[in-house]
Design a protein around this ligand. Structure first.
Ligand code: SAH
Length: 363
């Protein structure tokens, strides 16, 4: 067990470890409570844990977290963190304040293998999977920062104050389902009632459509599922998302249809609005035919530009038209406000290059 990272331990794994040292299972709750509920990471404060066990834990586990290397804050309050792991690799994670939520967008891989044509994050290619403790570590590191530096939006007349992360989305760098086991373990840790205790509906996993792994999702903790659809036409999807050449729309929807209705009654479809490529009247018609109203929520994402991009973001009027038409046809559709575009923190804009190392003074 030496040098295992504590943040990769599920509650049952911690209990088994404690049993091997002759401690009873209620110690699991005590430890998880100190680390996750009270966020006291320094063991001197763990009054109800024996000195002997504390010493043993130090021998057996690392409590290392990713280092926050830089922080950038957008005028809309969106805050982007560059986090560095001990092998020198880094990822970005973003805090997004909206009406009454503070959502953290988590990365699951360093780089990404999916090569989606519109995505800046994917343009650096695959590097490595994150381990569960590196995924959980993004949350702990950012949450600790937040405890000392709550987000306050200066322009907001209500001076809304965001002291706590309320939602998690696996929508940062990487394809979560290409790192299935580690993402599953991190999700389990996020949901455990004795620990971090997020509600299932507060966590969202997003995939570009890795069909063999979608087929396993009935065994995954039942969090919200988002699917990056982006076009109802195979020919266009083939161009935009190479995964479609292996798993086309028919295969994707066959897999989605076998998901348990109880856990996945509603799926969110992320739909990229690219001018004249995905937002034509024909696209609208095909999309309406493809999706089942009662089981779908459509989240329209106007294309976010980044250095060297080659697609066009449609006008706000066109985006509104597309959204309203879906509404008229009985769909629940919203346009995602692309927050943090000024600091390249919006969808598809994350990339942990050293060029983004700027620390702003207002954090
Ligand atoms: N790999 C997963 C998780 C990434 S989620 C997935 O594909 O679902 C990030 C979301 O932002 C995805 O829907 C992705 O397709 C979208 N996205 C990527 N680049 C974008 C861009 N330039 N503008 C708007 N959305 C983008």
């Amino acid at each position: 067990m030496i040098n295992a990272n504590f943040y990769a331990l599920t509650a049952p794994a911690l209990t088994s470890y404690l049993q091997t040292k002759q401690y009873s299972s209620y110690v699991t709750s005590q430890l998880l409570s100190w680390v996750y509920k009270h966020q006291h990471l320094s063991m001197e404060q763990w009054m109800n844990v024996s000195k002997k066990l504390r010493a043993q834990l130090c021998l057996d586990f690392s409590f290392e977290l990713p280092l926050i290397e830089s922080i950038q804050r957008s005028i809309d309050g969106t805050t982007k963190f560059l986090l560095r792991f001990n092998d020198g690799e880094g990822v970005e994670s973003v805090l997004i304040p909206t009406a009454n939520r503070l959502t953290q967008c988590l990365s699951t891989q360093v780089g990404c293998a999916m090569k989606c044509a519109f995505c800046f994050s994917g343009s650096e290619g695959p590097k490595r999977n994150l381990q569960a403790h590196e995924i959980v570590g993004q949350y702990i590191a950012v949450n600790r920062f937040l405890l000392k530096n709550p987000i306050i939006i200066p322009e907001d007349p209500l001076c809304t104050y965001y002291p706590k992360i309320t939602n998690l989305v696996f929508m940062g760098q990487g394809e979560p389902l290409n790192n299935y086991e580690e993402v599953k373990r991190a999700t389990t840790i996020f949901l455990e009632p004795q620990g971090i205790a997020f509600g299932q509906r507060k966590v969202t996993l997003s995939t570009c459509g890795v069909v063999p792994k979608i087929l396993l999702l009935n065994e995954f903790p039942p969090v919200n599922l988002a699917v990056s659809l982006h076009s109802p036409r195979d020919a266009i999807r083939d161009q935009l998302m190479p995964i479609n050449r292996s798993y086309n729309l028919e295969k994707l929807f066959t897999a989605l249809n076998q998901l348990s209705l109880k856990a996945y009654r509603r799926i969110t479809y992320e739909y990229l609005l690219i001018d004249e490529l995905t937002n034509t009247p024909e696209d609208l018609e095909l999309l309406i035919k493809l999706l089942i109203r009662e089981r779908s929520k459509i989240n329209l994402i106007p294309f976010n530009e980044y250095p060297g991009h080659s697609f066009k973001r449609p006008s706000d009027e066109k985006n509104l038209w597309f959204c309203n038409e879906l509404g008229k046809h009985g769909f629940t559709a919203t346009i995602r406000q692309s927050k943090g575009r000024d600091i390249l923190a919006a969808c598809g804009q994350l990339k942990a290059t050293r060029t983004s190392v700027i620390t702003t003074s207002n954090c």
